[in-house]
Design a protein. Structure first.
Length: 177
């Protein structure tokens, strides 16, 4: 009788959880959200995890019917842990959705800045190489090297301007938080 009451309470909680998950069941998350030891699924949809909780619940009911107390204890604990994890995920879902939208922008700006800093370093090295060659080359080759240096300096200026725009974007976003 005690098992039947426990099962009924778990079933009620599972149905409440299913109602809460329903609006989000098929929405794709950026990545799998749960510990792989708690859920076998590696899905990005909450509905798949809800289905796994239902399967665990069915196995718990089967263990109760088969009168296997060790299995019942383990399965009951697993169902409770899975439902708790899902409830925590639902509670933080709104926060996570704003977090996933903001993170790529930040990461993208920092990646762009690092990329432009690398461009700057390489352009400065190329200019220095051309200028060192300029001192030892003859007149026709010197003119070619001078054109290359001028072109590289133009690229360097555009690179520095892009870096400043990216840094201003980062500063604006940091002030906005």
């Amino acid at each position: 009788m005690k098992s039947a009451t426990l099962l009924q309470q778990l079933e009620t909680q599972l149905e409440q959880l299913a109602q809460a998950v329903e609006p989000h069941a098929n929405k794709r998350n950026a990545q799998a959200r749960f510990d792989h030891q708690l859920f076998h699924s590696h899905s990005t949809h909450l509905g798949d995890y809800l289905q796994e909780i239902r399967q665990t619940m069915a196995l718990l009911k089967q263990s109760v019917r088969d009168n296997r107390p060790e299995s019942v204890a383990w399965m009951a604990e697993r169902v409770v842990l899975q439902m708790s994890a899902m409830q925590r995920e639902l509670a933080t879902l709104k926060m996570r959705s704003s977090e996933t939208r903001a993170a790529p922008v930040w990461e993208n700006l920092y990646e762009k800045l690092a990329e432009h800093q690398d461009f700057e370093r390489r352009l400065r090295a190329m200019i220095q190489d051309r200028e060192s060659l300029l001192g030892v080359q003859e007149t026709l080759a010197q003119q070619q090297l001078q054109r290359e240096v001028a072109a590289l300096e133009g690229r360097l200026q555009r690179c520095l301007q892009a870096q400043k725009r990216i840094e201003r974007g980062i500063e604006d976003r940091e002030r906005g938080l």
